[in-house]
Design a protein. Structure first.
Length: 336
């Protein structure tokens, strides 16, 4: 007996629950609402629902500023989350100096369903660390706090140089604005580059920042006559489809080939080769989503040369093949 066409499942936005803890930093609290509150599907429906909760019943939560915020949901909201985000709190927040959660916070976190995506902004990482979910994993936080995090939780592989780390179901970011980078990345992972780029434009920030935290660590002010790598990067971005040699980039800044990589890493946080690969991966993603070019042509235009080379780089960076990536994100990009 044949059955007629089945109705699609009812639409339900992805629910992001933001956990507001005493001593929270208001700026970080607002980041998830700003980034996830914007994206819509082709029918104008919000792709995300963002709610804020506390470890206590609804009411005021103290901030590190001269005001409190009223949080409308209690810890029961955590049980409804598809993603839980823990923004920064002053110092360790509700984590004891010995790296142990308060009983109140531990009880709240126990409500989170298995398989829920977890993310932290800046020192919110201490909550995830004390909960044990980062053991054996890579994680990051603000560069000034990375040493303490590593000492308190030696089982975590702390990387102080990156803006954020995506370890699948657990993501962590560096401080303040890196929380924007992390949330845009999650939108990009969920719905493709076009959605993240639109969110970035509406927020007035770049959709993808180069490099890592190394570029923000305070250093002696350089000599105004000292060369930088800005012109070399701009030159390279204009010809990603061509082979680019280290000596070519160094020549744009009149630097020795031995000097250029050190200067580049100081400014950008990664090596020239790593940076070029990042830019080519982003270029390939854009073309796979927003063009009808064949995979071979995308590989050439992005500078990978061959489809096999691009496949290897996308697999390493994104965990998917070019064909699978296009199949996932192409329809959303063209508004299908």
């Amino acid at each position: 007996m044949s059955r007629g066409p089945q109705s699609p499942p009812p639409f339900r936005p992805h629910r992001v629950v933001v956990l507001a803890l005493d001593g929270l930093l208001p700026f970080e609290l607002g980041i998830p609402h700003r980034i996830f509150g914007r994206p819509k599907d082709a029918h104008g429906r919000p792709l995300y629902e963002v709610v804020t909760c506390s470890v206590r019943p609804p009411g005021p939560v103290e901030t590190d500023a001269d005001f409190a915020v009223h949080v409308p949901h209690g810890p029961e909201a955590l049980a409804t989350a598809d993603t839980v985000i823990v923004p920064a709190s002053y110092e360790l927040g509700p984590v004891h100096d010995e790296g142990v959660l308060t009983e109140e916070l531990a009880a709240a976190l126990a409500r989170i369903r298995p398989g829920t995506r977890l993310a932290s902004i800046c020192t919110g990482v201490y909550v995830l660390a004390a909960a044990g979910v980062l053991d054996g994993r890579p994680a990051t936080t603000h560069w000034a706090d990375a040493g303490r995090l590593q000492r308190m939780f030696p089982r975590i592989r702390v990387d102080p140089d990156v803006l954020f780390i995506d370890d699948g179901d657990v993501l962590t970011s560096a401080g303040v604005a890196a929380g924007i980078d992390l949330c845009l990345h999650m939108v990009r992972r969920d719905h493709g580059t076009a959605g993240a780029n639109e969110g970035a434009r509406r927020t007035g920030v770049p959709p993808h920042r180069d490099g890592g935290q190394a570029q923000y660590i305070e250093r002696p002010v350089p000599d105004p006559q000292q060369a930088t790598t800005t012109a070399a990067r701009a030159w390279a971005l204009g010809r990603l489809h061509d082979p680019i040699q280290l000596r070519d980039m160094a020549a744009r800044e009149a630097l020795w080939v031995r000097t250029f990589p050190r200067r580049f890493r100081e400014e950008v946080g990664v090596s020239p080769g790593q940076w070029l690969t990042q830019q080519r991966v982003e270029r390939a993603r854009h073309l796979l989503e927003c063009s009808d070019l064949s995979v071979d042509q995308v590989a050439r235009d992005a500078g990978f040369g061959t489809a096999q080379s691009m496949r290897q780089h996308l697999q390493a960076a994104l965990g998917v093949t070019p064909t699978a990536y296009r199949r996932t994100f192409r329809a959303a990009a063209v508004g299908a």
